[in-house]
Design a protein around this ligand. Structure first.
Ligand SMILES: Cc1ncc(COP(=O)(O)O)c(C=O)c1O
Length: 388
């Protein structure tokens, strides 16, 4: 494992073992289900794992190369399990650590479908969820722990409203109290926030976003430390989660350019966000690099930069006027997901039960792509002129 190499070098070399790629630069995309054994003795002796041929569910070099490359990006990680979507990575990780009767502490700014999984599915299996304010300190969260609390789930920055959490502080407290921590690290990727080295036990990514980078795949990953990796990997197989070879191959390819793409997303997003912040019709920026973002100081302390996804609040107006503003944009596609090369916009209507900040007006979420930022700004200016 190349833990001593710098991140940009790891992105280029990760997972490219000669025995997996032959004389080609890239590991191949292979398709299959059955792995053939020479005889019954070999079949009986076989066991699944990275580099061990067993059955399609457990992958082959196409998937192993990606898993190994992702593990190398996280100092302190023991391994990475892959799943068919980012949401499956979240649900597989949660079901790996929780049992009937347990309680989960869940950040209030979590991705909507994760929230639904807790409120509907985990509840059905006798696991309760209590939500906490994303700005809760480690001490405040420590005071919330009950005998049955088993895990703390973090997402930083949070979905839609981008609150940044005190991840190292919360994880250190959790470790002392014997509580497992899981983080949805999709926004930052290990490049902007190497989660395991900040004390997180289990780090989840929707590879569909920045790692894929081209809006053409669905995939998730769960990278874990030595204490949790085997259990998480086993749980993904027990539930039948697998990464399709084409998607795994595309994600491996995306990884090679992740650093340069992310840098450009960051620069373009900052340019657009700085312009928006100066507009009289904008009430507030919800971007971790801006002081107006809740938890901005944690971002300054812990992150290596910012990504291309953020929100802002329009001044005055209501959600209908906001929706008309969104409809007026011509350069931004209206649609879910993010992290691809193209700019996107969605109305943001966060659901909150443990925190209720006043954002100052209806929210708009922007995914800033790789287009010329001046043209994106001109488009936003046109739509703002007609608002409210
Ligand atoms: C923060 C976050 N986590 C997880 C997911 C789920 O990823 P996927 O779409 O691959 O299921 C998303 C998707 O939008 C997301 O925004």
């Amino acid at each position: 494992m190349a833990q001593d190499k710098k991140l940009d070098t790891k992105l280029v070399s990760g997972g490219r073992r000669t025995q997996w790629r032959g004389k080609l630069v890239n590991p191949p995309v292979d398709r299959g289900s059955t792995i053939l054994f020479d005889d019954v003795a070999e079949l009986r002796a076989a066991a699944p794992g990275l580099g061990k041929y067993y059955y399609g569910l457990h992958g082959w070099p196409t998937q192993w190369a990606l898993a190994e490359a992702l593990t190398e990006l996280e100092p302190g990680a023991a391994g990475t399990a892959l799943t068919e979507t980012g949401l499956a990575a979240v649900t597989a990780a949660l079901t790996a650590v929780l049992e009937t009767g347990d309680e989960l502490l869940m950040v209030d700014s979590v991705y909507g479908p994760t929230r639904r999984f807790c409120d509907v599915v985990l509840k059905r299996f006798g696991i309760s969820t209590r939500y906490y304010d994303p700005l809760a300190t480690a001490d405040e969260l420590g005071a919330m722990l009950a005998d049955k609390t088993r895990a703390i789930f973090l997402e930083s920055p949070g979905s839609q409203t981008f609150e940044v959490q005190d991840v190292p502080g919360i994880c250190a407290m959790a470790k002392r109290r014997g509580i497992v921590t899981l983080l949805d690290n999709t926004w930052a990727t290990p490049l902007l926030f190497p989660a395991i080295s900040h004390g997180v036990d289990i780090s989840i990514q929707a590879l569909s976003k920045y790692v894929g980078g081209h809006s053409d795949l669905l995939l998730g990953s769960i990278t874990a430390n030595a204490e949790w990796y085997e259990r998480v990997q086993r749980a993904t197989w027990d539930f039948g989660h697998a990464a399709a070879p084409d998607d795994a191959w595309l994600a491996s390819r995306g990884l090679r350019t992740l650093s340069v793409r992310l840098k450009r997303h960051e620069e373009n997003a900052l340019e657009v966000a700085r312009w928006l912040a100066d507009q009289p019709k904008v009430a507030r920026m919800l971007h971790p690099a801006f002081e107006s973002c809740r938890g901005h100081d944690y971002w300054k302390r812990d992150f290596n930069g910012s990504a291309g996804l953020f929100s802002f609040a329009l001044k005055g107006g209501d959600s209908d006027a906001r929706d008309r503003f969104v409809d007026k944009l011509e350069m931004f596609g209206i649609g879910y997901s993010w992290g691809g090369f193209e700019s996107l916009v969605t109305p943001a209507d966060p659901v909150r039960t443990a925190s209720n900040p006043d954002w100052g007006g209806p929210l708009v979420r922007l995914q800033i792509g790789l287009e010329d930022p001046d043209e994106l700004i001109a488009d936003l200016a046109r739509a703002l002129e007609a608002y409210p």
